[in-house]
Design a protein around this ligand. Structure first.
Ligand SMILES: Cc1cc2nc3c(=O)[nH]c(=O)nc-3n(C[C@H](O)[C@H](O)[C@H](O)COP(=O)(O)O)c2cc1C
Length: 352
């Protein structure tokens, strides 16, 4: 089933979550190839002085990516967010997503990301400024938030109504409060309440780790789509597994080890091309670690990766590891358990 955002028709209702330091272009394209219908970029700062940095330019790289190109922006100042909107649209963004979901660091003495939910007037001012800036280009604005600031302040429903009135065309809700960080479990009642309160599409996010969980969250919330973040790390084929299950009610077999070998090697080559050899070999380690974490000798292999500083050698080692694995098993193991998800990597979720 497709979903419409403005003039854009999304291929299906399975989205990759924006994850700073993870969902760069190679990873987004891999997820799209493996069944995700939509991928939002890593967030880009609204701080102009950082737009020229290597980090921002890598984040703004969409070469060859299938559309619609959705760029997430973060910041605390309405005028700067409006400027960032125009800047990104002029560089190819077809959808602008506002980050009110990430427990981001402090910027300019104010809190960005989900912390904005505590300051409703400012949140609304930012949303209105972004919508107004995008409107002349006919570019839809979407927004990602949490259920609220804290247990006592679950204001997602109120904000969702306000944001819809301001012109936001899709809302994603991560079922945790800002205060929770990544602790506890995501709850879906607030997401269901948001869905019931607005007419724009609502996307449910948080702890979706399996096809069954995706089905259950869709049923419990009535949401129009689900968004998967951490469970796709090292397992980008989760999207086609969910798609198959939602369509047929049966499980698709896990991928062949030989297929994953090819996917990972191709992913690494794309990764080095984006980051260059020096950074590429180092930043690739986390992806490799995620792929192998539950595999035989995965931990030891992960340790070995930290000693390799050359791309060709890293590729060779990964290829050899998967060749050895293919001698022991045909297919990858069934999906990982939910409790293995951790938000520790969320430190990367900074706006600068
Ligand atoms: C490493 C990491 C980076 C993240 N970066 C962002 C970000 O840039 N923007 C954002 O809105 N959310 C960000 N998030 C939050 C995710 O989009 C998502 O809401 C959260 O991980 C819950 O979904 P999950 O349980 O499927 O992982 C990040 C999460 C992680 C783990």
């Amino acid at each position: 089933m497709t979903l419409q955002i403005g003039t854009h028709t999304l291929e299906n209702r399975l989205f990759v979550a924006p994850m700073a330091g993870v969902t760069d272009r190679p990873f987004r394209m891999l997820c799209r190839e493996l069944g995700a219908g939509y991928a939002v970029s890593e967030m880009v700062t609204s701080r102009k002085e950082l737009w020229g940095t290597l980090k921002t330019s890598r984040r703004a790289n969409h070469d060859g990516e299938p559309g619609p190109i959705a760029v997430q922006i973060a910041g605390t100042d309405a005028a700067m967010m409006a400027e960032a909107t125009v800047y990104n649209i002029e560089r190819g963004a077809q959808i602008i997503d506002i980050n009110m979901g990430c427990p981001a660091k402090k910027v300019c003495n104010k809190w960005a990301g989900s912390a904005l939910m505590r300051d409703e007037p400012l949140a609304l001012e930012i949303v209105q400024a972004v919508v107004d800036a995008a409107q002349p280009y006919n570019v839809p604005v979407t927004l990602k938030m949490r259920t609220g600031w804290s247990e006592d302040s679950r204001n997602a429903v109120k904000l969702a109504r306000d944001f819809e009135s301001a012109g936001v065309q899709m809302l994603t809700v991560h079922g945790r409060t800002r205060e929770q960080g990544y602790k506890g479990h995501a709850e879906y009642d607030t997401i269901a309440a948001v869905k019931a309160a607005v007419r724009v599409p609502v996307v449910a996010n948080g702890d979706i780790t399996s096809p069954e969980k995706a089905r259950d969250v869709l049923a419990a919330t009535g949401a129009d789509a689900v968004m998967v973040g951490r469970a796709a790390q090292g397992r980008p084929w989760i999207f086609r597994e969910i798609a198959h299950f939602l369509e047929t009610g049966t499980h698709r077999a896990p991928p062949l080890v030989a297929e994953v070998r090819r996917l990972l090697l191709d992913h690494l080559v794309e990764h080095y091309a984006l980051y260059g050899d020096f950074s590429g070999v180092r930043t690739a380690r986390k992806h490799i670690g995620w792929y192998v974490r539950t595999l035989p000798d995965g931990e030891a292999f992960r340790g070995r990766m930290n000693t390799i500083e050359d791309c060709a050698e890293q590729l060779r080692a990964v290829g050899d590891y998967f060749d050895g694995l293919a001698d022991r098993m045909d297919r990858m193991p069934e999906h990982q358990a939910a409790e293995e998800l951790s938000g520790e990597e969320e430190a990367a979720c900074a706006v600068d």
